[in-house]
Design a protein around this ligand. Sequence first.
Ligand code: G3P
Ligand code: CA
Length: 305
Amino acid sequence: MAHRGASYTAPESTLPAIKTALESGIDYIELDVQWTKDEELVIFHDTNLLRLTNAKTVFPERENYELQNFTLEELKSLNYGAWFNISHPQRARDSYSQLTILTLEEVLDFVDPVNTGVGLALELKSPYLYEGIEKEIAAALEENEIFEAEAEPPRILFLSFSPAALQRLSELRPESPRILLTRRNFVSPRRWQGWLDITEEVADGIGPKGHVSFPWYIGAAHKRGLFVFPYVINRSWQLKIFSWFSADGYVTDRPELLTNFYNRVQEFGENVGELGGELLEEDEDSDGENEESAADDENRENNSN
Ligand code: G3P
Ligand code: CA
């Protein structure tokens, strides 16, 4: 699952990030859905515009910069990629300084899950801010004739940190699998069982932060028939470890890393006895970029919470 598109390579949640993810051969593109002031569904991670846009320059008079207080037209007038060129000069592109926000409608059109076979993993971001958003998302999928009948794997997955939002989606669109996300870095086995209790009620799988993906956690979820998708996994050694621990899928900023990994799975299968030694080795491709990626994760976490 490509997290906010291929968000290591291109500005998160924008067309180049989605296009790069599509080209990587990934199964799903993960995107956060929110609602504008005029009730249009848009793709954006933060509830506030300041980290990723020039909203303060374009609208200096505004009291606050919460996305929910901006219309689609206002949001379309902002720039969504210039920050990336400044933060990541080694991956900067001139074209990134011209990017705009995408509506869910535009993404459905571009990704075309029915015909491309690439699914969408739609996260309901802060759904308590947007009463009724689940209904609108389900309606948009229906209007675009995106159904799950005979679709294998499913074309749409839903993710949320909110059990209540997932519960509502289970009633509106029961055929699309749901993943309950968990935020904590560390968790006791007892608390994990509590999370699994909730997950069983509202979802089909659980999305823990990578650190909470030890075999005894994944095994406990599997015992209840729940799948496990750790996030955000940006290093190949992490993929090796978590696949060894039987994770069912991964959320990554670097989809090319993941598809490359899966092409190599058979090779690992043949050498499974040697895998233990390999787990401790640093990724062969590591050239310092991975270190940066981990730092990015941390910054992003700090900035977006
Ligand atoms: O897929 C999991 C991940 O998207 C949840 O975290 O904050 O990046 O939306 P966040
Ligand atoms: Ca997300």
